[in-house]
Design a binder for this molecule. Structure first.
Ligand code: AQP
Length: 325
């Protein structure tokens, strides 16, 4: 069976961009593949975290995994730091990654820009991500468009290792959806919707109340024209709303634009708010019905399953690199 791996950081609030760009696809993939979905808490440490908040958010992300429909009897759900092989393989991969490669990562450039104290972890983060993926002989990695460059680096590292030490790693393919892979901020639609953006109204969190969702969508920045058509360069705000409508309803952007053209932006926003509230309601109903103990049990079982596979891969890599007798 082909393998799928992906992860979500327990930082900030999980938003509809994370869901529509990546997490929703996790659910679609779990029937046809052997899936591993991780709460990547070690990645979260690349920027300062309050320890209690990090612990709470780790359980929250795992709860959201269950609430969106991931089934722990089919899919392995676990926390990255509970499987030590992730950190160990990361170091080994750092030793075959070039400084120039990591320096070219746009996410590092964006997140470090203008900051005086940037952690080394933020710089080497793509190696930890490569380790996450390569430990499980992963064939497919469902992610949003912002992770494309990291995935390309993972492929380069896997191929380099295989060329240098002999066939070891499966070279993974990214799965990036055509529509919805880059959901934009509602308040600044030139930028992607992001957990770390200070502007709360730019993102719809999966656990936002219906009132807040409606308010955020009705206030979404659009443009002063009145005609409805998709053009992310000329009309980024409106195009983002059409995208949100399309990925949630399964209707094409063209069809939606034709439906609303001439009827004003207000109606589109009102209907989108309703659709979004319904999407979130289903998730929230399940989320608030889960107990902490239930979530922790799933994570503990998942870590045990993940560890068996990850340790085998790590030992193979250590052997090839000359670390074992
Ligand atoms: N705006 C987005 N549109 C579509 N997909 C997105 N993803 C993130 N933002 C969008 C995808 O969500 C998955 C989980 O993301 P993550 O937790 O690993 O962290 P991230 O990419 O750093 O997400 P954020 O929310 O944007 O956080 P910050 O603010 O810290 O940068 C990934 O598959 C990601 O591609």
């Amino acid at each position: 069976m082909t393998r799928v791996f992906s992860g979500v950081q327990p930082t900030g609030d999980i938003h509809i961009g994370n869901y529509l760009g990546a997490m929703k696809h996790f659910v679609d993939l779990q029937d046809a593949h052997e899936c591993f979905f991780c709460v990547v808490d070690l990645h979260a440490l690349t920027i300062p975290q309050d320890p209690d908040v990090l612990r709470r958010k780790t359980i929250e992300v795992a709860g959201i995994y269950l609430a969106i429909g991931l089934n722990p009897t089919k899919t392995t759900l676990f926390v990255q730091s509970h499987v030590p092989a992730h950190s160990e393989l990361s170091w080994l991969l750092e030793c075959i990654t070039y400084f120039g490669e990591l320096s070219r990562m746009t996410q590092f450039k964006d997140k470090s820009a203008g900051k005086e104290n940037v952690s080394v972890g933020l710089f080497t983060y793509p190696d930890l991500m490569a380790a996450d993926i390569l430990l499980y002989d992963t064939n497919y990695v469902p992610v949003g468009a912002d992770q494309k460059q990291h995935l390309e680096l993972t492929r380069d590292i896997a191929q380099r290792f295989n060329n240098r030490f002999g066939e070891t790693f499966v070279v993974p393919e990214p799965l990036i959806s055509e529509v919805g892979a880059r959901i934009m901020s509602l308040s600044d639609p030139e930028k992607k919707m992001s957990k770390s953006a200070e502007d709360e109204v730019g993102r719809i969190n999966l656990l936002d109340t219906p009132e807040i969702v409606k308010k955020k969508i009705m206030r979404a920045v659009t443009d002063s024209e009145n005609s409805i058509y998709y053009d992310p360069d000329k009309k980024p705000g409106l195009s983002n709303l059409l995208t949100l409508m399309s990925v949630q309803t399964g209707r094409s952007i063209e069809e939606i634009a034709a439906d609303y053209d001439g009827k004003g932006y207000g109606l589109l926003k009102k209907d989108l708010a309703e659709v979004t509230v319904n999407t979130l309601k289903e998730i929230q109903d399940k989320y608030y019905g889960l107990s902490q103990d239930e979530i922790k049990r799933v994570l503990s079982d998942g870590a045990a399953r993940a560890e068996t596979i990850a340790t085998k891969t790590l030992q193979k890599v250590q052997q090839k690199m000359g670390l074992r007798y």
